[in-house]
Design a binder for this molecule. Structure first.
Ligand code: CO
Length: 205
């Protein structure tokens, strides 16, 4: 299995090099991605592939169920680097329908450490219980909850001192919430973007 992977890598790198001999040298010299992607660890939702982006075009953080924990040093470190060092302009929080992490958060049975990780989604399920009860079946309820998780995550990213500071300094950064459909391979915009105007609005209140 590992040998197959190594062979595929060799073929890929040779193909890339042959198509463009300067390709790796350019990427090695610097990365200048326009996007920071926060997504689910699910193997079916790889940021570069579903967004049609090449190596070097998106800086990525993924975790189980794309949860934004306000004290997650891993996510915050990546976010800070993306905003302050890479100067990305677009932050994309991308969830997906059929998310196993969201499903686990709706189940009564214990999942070990994952239950701690998924706690914010359980909280959302309680907070939006009335909205979720409108959905006809369990799958639709979980998919709606996955959308709420993205919208909440966008708010949380926007509330971090990293974004607040960037906006206060005049940075033109937007945080977007998208959701990916495993069944059709399409990204949908959840229309919950937050940009510098929002920050100004909040500050003026
Ligand atoms: Co998932």
């Amino acid at each position: 299995m590992l040998n197959d992977l190594m062979n595929r890598n060799r073929e890929w790198s040779e193909k890339r090099y042959n198509a463009d001999p300067g390709y790796f040298a350019r990427l090695a010299a610097q990365q200048a991605p326009e996007f920071f992607w926060i997504g689910c660890s699910d193997s079916r939702v790889p940021a570069n592939v579903v967004a049609g982006l090449d190596p070097g075009e998106v800086f990525v953080h993924r975790n189980v169920a794309n949860v934004v924990h306000s004290a997650d040093l891993n996510l915050l470190s990546a976010l800070e680097f993306a905003v302050e060092a890479l100067c990305v302009r677009e932050i994309i929080l991308c969830g997906h329908y059929g998310c196993g992490g969201v499903k686990a958060a709706t189940e009564a049975l214990p999942h070990g450490l994952a239950d701690h990780w998924l706690e914010p989604i359980r909280r959302l399920a309680r907070a939006y219980a009335v909205d979720l009860s409108q959905e006809t079946d369990g799958e639709a309820r979980r998919d709606r909850l996955a959308e709420f998780n993205v919208i909440e995550g966008v708010r949380r990213v926007a509330e971090t001192p990293i974004l607040q500071k960037a906006w206060a300094n005049g940075a033109d950064i937007r945080v977007h919430g998208l959701i990916y459909g495993l069944k059709d391979g399409r990204l949908r915009d959840l229309d919950c973007s937050i940009g510098p105007g929002h920050f100004e609005g909040k500050a003026a209140q």
